[in-house]
Design a protein around this ligand. Structure first.
Ligand code: ZN
Length: 562
């Protein structure tokens, strides 16, 4: 395309036209400078050139096209588009892809075809003032503005590079805000896609904290007395004694009376002054750490999780009431921990936990938590954070696939392996079949196991890229649905998950023979807990699911799958 095709028209007064808007209203060079001064504040050279670029694009795209705009810089150029077209940031018809390139494109909003106008670096070499300005070769103070404007005027469209483009499909999609909820921290509405709390409360807001927001963890005016004067009085909170490398325990508990004999120990603990119950008992507008912890405990514990003891040193510990799969509501946990003055730490979601073992702990950070922070924290906890799902003792059927095994050329190693692993999960392998790598044989084998009443089928091998690997087709023939094939776990990337009615199916790739721990070990707890596994669940497993293949395997006491 030749930029010289763009004719410079004359307006009614025979002034040369510098640019025009989408309706065809023309502006002389001087009139356009007046326009941008009233909109932009000053006649920025980029905006003068930008007007001409927009006019050039308008002429190329044609009058009848319903167009959107994309601008490749956030400097000056967007204003030219907003001045001369209906495309603005606010109505979403102007998108800024800040690539730092001085270019814009107008495109048909239905088919994405359009025209891109850019400043041509080769062509501006012929215009020294423009080149100096564009590459910032002259300091702004030394720039001769009127000379630069004259040169811009004279250059007109000769410094542009114009070409046809087609935008990527994502630019043709409508802007979707998605669901909106109230932020548990600031109370203002925001799109849920931003996370559990709004982006402002995630620390992205542009304001410095005001004086009353600055000290979020301020404490009420508590009365402290010197230790010697505290004899015979009750302490306000548990006091922890830490002996390095030896012990950490509550030396004094909330409500304990201090005796004369305690003075020496208090001194050793570095406690010169003591908060007493008297005078500090109920502080209006403030929640004592133990009360806060007890309230969090009630809200956080889901099924299979309990808090046995009352808070110690302000902290509560959650334990599993049964063995099973620990499920943490990670989004909610993150939202809770975003609130200043509170904390909750848990074990990793998706782990098998034994009855009685700890699964998480929570506390308030200060001795007294401000009522509004306490309320915010509780408002996040409108459903439980921690649940332990019971796992069942599955009746497992194994289908070993492999013509070489079927013919007896190679001894099957899979059955004993799956059998041993299943036993570790408390499951029983009821039946095992060996079939050749044949679609029909696999389908028949699966049907046989289904008819025998198995509730979990494990197929082995035949999941790779070889032409003989037909296990997944045999499974589909046997009625497998919701097939998920290929997962972000190594070893075990070729793993397959599916179901036939209510029967769960896991296809185990051949790597299981080589590697001690694979995707099988990560996925079994979910299957036994009857948890539906989605593509998204699998996608999230990718983070942390690269096995280091250590010589001595310590799984599950290692980072694999965490
Ligand atoms: Zn917020």
């Amino acid at each position: 395309m030749n930029t010289n095709d763009v004719e410079i028209k004359l307006d009614a007064n025979h002034n040369e036209v510098w640019c025009h808007d989408h309706k065809g209203n023309c502006y002389s060079f001087d009139a356009y400078i007046d326009l941008i001064q009233s909109f932009h504040g000053f006649a920025a050279p980029g905006l003068i050139i930008g007007g001409r670029m927009v006019a050039t694009a308008l002429q190329h795209i044609g009058q009848r096209v319903m167009f959107d705009a994309v601008c490749e810089t956030s400097h000056c150029l967007p204003d030219a588009i907003q001045l001369l077209t209906l495309c603005t940031m606010g109505n979403g018809w102007l998108k800024i892809e800040d690539l730092g390139r001085f270019a814009l494109a107008l495109y048909d909003k239905h088919d994405g075809s359009g025209v891109r106008v850019a400043l041509d670096c080769e062509k501006i070499k012929a215009w020294p003032e423009i080149k100096n300005w564009f590459y910032k070769l002259t300091p702004k103070s030394a720039q001769d503005t009127s000379l630069l404007e004259k040169e811009i005027h004279k250059a007109g469209s000769a410094i542009f590079n114009v070409k046809h483009i087609r935008v990527k499909p994502k630019l043709l999609q409508k802007r979707r805000v998605g669901t909106t909820i109230d932020c548990p921290m600031c109370g203002e509405a925001f799109p849920t896609k931003h996370g559990p709390v709004c982006r402002g409360c995630q620390g992205e807001d542009p304001y410095s904290p005001t004086s009353d927001e600055r000290d979020l963890l301020a404490q009420p005016n508590l009365i402290a007395v010197p230790a010697a004067e505290a004899i015979g009085q009750k302490v306000l909170h548990d006091m922890t004694e830490i002996i390095a490398h030896k012990s950490k325990k509550a030396a004094f508990v909330h409500g304990q009376t201090i005796s004369a004999g305690d003075l020496c120990r208090l001194q050793q603990m570095g406690r010169q002054n003591i908060y007493l119950e008297e005078g500090n008992q109920a502080v209006p507008g403030w929640i004592h750490e133990n009360d806060a912890a007890a309230n969090f405990a009630r809200a956080m514990a889901g099924e299979g999780v309990v808090v046995k003891d009352s808070p110690r040193e302000g902290k509560i510990t959650f334990r599993a009431t049964r063995s099973g799969l620990l499920v943490i509501d990670e989004q909610r946990l993150e939202a809770f921990n975003m609130i200043p003055g509170v904390m909750c730490a848990t074990r990793q979601s998706g782990q098998l936990v034994a009855e009685g073992r700890p699964v998480g702990a929570s506390r308030a950070i200060p001795l007294f938590l401000a009522q509004d922070l306490f309320n915010k924290a509780l408002s996040v906890l409108d459903s439980p954070l921690m649940t332990v799902l019971p796992t069942r003792r599955a009746k497992i059927g194994i289908l070993v696939t492999g013509t070489e095994v079927f013919r007896g050329l190679v001894r099957d190693e899979f059955e004993p392996l799956i059998r041993a692993k299943s036993q570790k999960f408390g499951c029983e392998v009821v039946h095992a079949l060996v079939v050749p790598d044949n679609r029909q044989a696999i389908c028949d084998g699966i049907r046989e196991l289904v008819n025998m009443g198995m509730d979990l089928l494990v197929t082995t091998a035949g999941l790779s890229v070889d032409p003989d690997d037909v296990t997944r087709y045999g499974l589909m023939d046997a009625g497998a649905e919701d097939l998920l094939y290929g997962i972000p776990v190594l070893p075990g990337a070729m793993t397959l998950l599916a179901r036939i009615g209510n029967i769960q199916v896991m296809g185990v790739p051949a790597c299981a023979l080589h590697s001690k721990i694979t995707a099988f070990d990560l996925l079994m707890p979910y299957l036994l807990a009857g948890k539906n596994i989605t593509r998204r669940d699998l996608a999230r497993m990718g983070h942390g699911s690269l096995c280091l293949e250590c010589e001595v395997c310590n799984f599950p006491r290692c980072p694999f799958g965490k």
